[in-house]
Design a protein around this ligand. Structure first.
Ligand SMILES: NC(=O)c1ccc[n+]([C@@H]2O[C@H](COP(=O)([O-])OP(=O)(O)OC[C@H]3O[C@@H](n4cnc5c(N)ncnc54)[C@H](OP(=O)(O)O)[C@@H]3O)[C@@H](O)[C@H]2O)c1
Length: 319
């Protein structure tokens, strides 16, 4: 396993990390423990979760339970402020936001669920553009000063908002964002136009989410065929998200990517993850998994070598 700095911070994240939105859904507590233990043995030191994953904070609870013996060996990233899912948060009447009041509530709830004294990267899950950036960045800075959080990051932010936040941080000597978590994969390259260059300019590391397009980039979904049994898009709770990735445009790209992977003698998922690791500012890949085999498979992806010509070909296929 190789490690990279997360943006301008001193955090050394593993190239392959692990996403936590399967914990408390596809993976129960025992399976979460097995997966995180196997991940650690493979050199993975970075896990991403959120207060909403698994419902009622379950993903954070499972991560906390699984990592309590070796918490300091891990970089734990979590998030707050996603729109409320009914029943997600029975403990507060506050509406999820990026206000000081909400942040002060959310951090203590996450620390408790995770059974930790500090969070390595505390991310604003979704932007709240009506809340002044001064208020959000100041409240996050207070958490850093209190030792509850080491670094702060954002997710799903527009470029203007991210840049504004960095300027507010600089002017006031607040902790800046060191990371941004946008959707980014071979079938979703929207961030390349403006988001990535801004991250480079402002020392922000990219944590691409849905790096395998929720499994689409493993090749498990076939055109005009039902989703395979047990796969993410076969289960009723996630079937609604399928069209985000499973559509004609993406199947056209997939055909070409399959030819590329076959010619190279490589797995499509490995090509997809290695390609992301070749992109500027990408720090760690947080694919989620539902088995240890998938985890091991994703770790193998980092070893694939893509030549300059191959990267150009992938660029042409997916631009
Ligand atoms: N900030 C945000 O708004 C946001 C949004 C979404 C996700 N995220 C973060 O990003 C992480 C990853 O995103 P994601 O879960 O949406 O998508 P993903 O990582 O692209 O896809 C994960 C799914 O693909 C399948 N898979 C993974 N590795 C595989 C392999 N080697 N072979 C075959 N199938 C494999 C598994 O599903 P099945 O086995 O069920 O088919 C797995 O649950 C999340 O856990 C979360 O931490 C953040």
């Amino acid at each position: 396993m190789k490690y990279r700095s997360l943006g301008n911070s001193n955090l050394e994240v593993s190239e392959i990390g692990i996403g936590g939105n399967t914990f408390g859904r596809a993976n129960d507590l025992d399976k979460t423990k097995e997966i995180l233990s196997a991940a650690f043995s493979l050199g993975i030191n970075t896990v991403d979760t959120a207060d909403i994953y698994g419902g009622n904070g379950t993903s954070e609870k499972y991560v906390g339970e699984a990592l309590k013996e070796n918490r300091n060996e891990w970089i734990i990233m979590t998030k707050f402020g996603a729109p409320n899912i009914p029943g997600n948060n029975p403990h507060t009447t506050l509406t999820p936001s990026a206000t000081k009041e909400y942040i002060d509530y959310a951090i203590d709830a996450s620390l408790k669920r995770l059974q930790v004294n500090y969070i390595d990267v505390y991310q604003v899950h979704f932007p709240h553009e009506m809340v002044p950036s001064e208020e959000t960045m100041s409240a996050l800075n207070e958490l850093v000063k209190a030792g509850k959080v080491r670094h702060v990051g954002c997710s799903n932010y527009k470029v203007w908002h991210m840049v504004q936040s960095q300027h507010v941080a600089k002017q006031n000597n607040f902790a800046p964002f060191i990371s941004s978590q946008p959707p980014y994969s071979l079938v979703d390259r929207r961030v390349e136009k403006e988001h990535l260059p801004a991250c480079e300019q402002y020392g922000i590391g990219i944590i691409p989410y849905s790096p395998l397009a929720s499994g689409f980039l493993t090749g498990k979904y076939q055109k005009n065929e039902p989703a395979p049994k047990g796969s993410r898009f076969e289960t009723t709770s996630t079937a609604g998200y399928a069209t985000r990735f499973i559509n004609d445009r993406n199947f056209d790209i997939l055909d070409k990517l399959n030819i590329f992977a076959n010619n190279k003698g490589a797995k499509l998922s490995h090509v997809s993850l290695r390609w992301l690791l070749e992109q500027k500012q990408v720090s760690t890949i947080i694919a989620g998994v539902t088995s240890i085999d998938q985890l091991k498979d994703n770790v193998q992806a980092a070893k694939l070598v893509l030549s300059k010509d191959e990267l150009e070909e992938l660029d042409k296929i997916t631009k």
